[in-house]
Write a protein that binds this ligand. Sequence first.
Ligand code: FES
Length: 104
Amino acid sequence: MQIHVTDPEGQTRAVEATPGWRVMEVIKDAGLPMRADCGGCCACATCHVYVDEAWLSKLKPASAEEQDLLADSYARQDNSRLACQITVTKDLDGLPVTIAPDAI
Ligand code: FES
């Protein structure tokens, strides 16, 4: 299965995604730009992505910690999520995400 990742320059790539991995790990493993400074501990917000709005309802809701981190982001949008808080599952095959400018 794959997810579709758009980088900050607008280039979209389909990258292989393994169920159980986090979207942040998939993006970094593919060599795409993403800081992810805290390594996935939900403590930095440098794995910020925009999720295609049609897919938001397929994701688990953001935790209070994730919402707090996103609230501090200058680049926050209604479809913002932290990529380390999205676990790849089979029903996310084809998930489109865009790397936010504060994640690079
Ligand atoms: S990697 Fe730090 S919050 Fe996701």
